[in-house]
Design a binder for this molecule. Structure first.
Ligand SMILES: CC(C)(COP(=O)(O)OP(=O)(O)OC[C@H]1O[C@@H](n2cnc3c(N)ncnc32)[C@H](O)[C@@H]1OP(=O)(O)O)[C@@H](O)C(=O)NCCC(=O)NCCS
Length: 219
């Protein structure tokens, strides 16, 4: 049995670059979706309420037709997204908690959409199963979103958050080590540079990776 993207087994992953056609989604290198347990497509299922997937693109254009300014989804390099994760887009899409009615009268649809700002998932973040990312959130480099979390606020780099609403569980490394990681930014290196550093990358020896960076990447 396969789902929409032909994940045949739970261990299958697909690069987002090969899945995304929506002009409002930017994806970096090697970021992947592990979507076997999700019955829907990445850009029209994992990502929700974002105009620009093939079906909505063919049906209407809210930028041209209604003058809406739509938020974007921006995903960095080496991001891992587990099945069941939901990236909720659409700003305050037609429903205004600050208006008397939240009912979206079609006759006034032009003025109904309110952007929330781009949603940004930075490089090397890991989005756990069934997490929901609310519109306009930025998830920092190397952050971990625990399974089932409701992420309503920005997540600092190299920080684990969990729960509903998601709260900080812990920093993955010391503040000083996180500064080093944010300086060396391994996920922006070339494939060859990453290959040469894999022993350090796949360890918790940040000093060794930093020394490697100083010796081989900076020079
Ligand atoms: C977030 C996560 C990585 C933490 O793992 P860990 O570092 O081994 O953490 P622990 O199990 O020791 O738990 C640490 C704390 O986080 C809490 N926690 C763990 N998972 C949580 C979750 N999903 N939601 C809320 N809190 C969670 C624990 O209760 C514990 O709290 P405490 O310190 O108050 O006791 C892991 O729990 C998780 O959710 N992984 C995602 C798994 C997944 O989605 N896999 C899909 C395939 S890729």
């Amino acid at each position: 049995m396969t789902n929409n993207h032909n994940f045949e087994k739970w261990s299958d992953t697909m690069f987002l670059k090969d899945l995304v056609t929506n002009p409002l989604i930017e994806v970096g290198e090697f970021s992947y979706y592990s979507g076997y347990y999700d019955s829907q497509e990445f850009e029209n299922g994992c990502v929700r309420y974002l105009w620009g997937d093939p079906l909505t693109r063919a049906a209407f254009d809210p930028v041209k037709d209604m003058g809406w300014h739509l938020d974007k989804l921006i995903i960095g390099n080496y991001v891992c997204i587990a099945a069941g994760a939901t990236i909720l887009m659409g700003g305050n899409h037609n429903h205004h908690p600050d208006w008397i009615t939240v009912y979206p009268f079609a006759s006034h649809v032009e003025k109904s959409y309110e952007p929330k700002g781009d949603t940004v998932i930075k490089s090397d973040a890991w989005i756990g199963m069934n997490a929901m990312i609310m519109p306009g959130v930025t998830i920092g480099e190397g952050a971990v979103i625990a399974a089932g979390s409701m992420v309503v606020k920005d997540v600092p780099p190299y920080t684990i958050v969990g729960g509903n609403p998601a709260r900080v569980i812990k920093q993955r490394f010391s503040t000083e080590e996180i500064s080093m990681l944010l300086e060396l930014r391994w996920f922006d290196w070339t494939k060859e540079q990453i290959e040469a550093a894999k022993d350090s990358l796949m360890s918790n020896n940040i000093d060794a990776l930093y020394a490697h960076y100083k010796k081989y990447i900076l020079n």
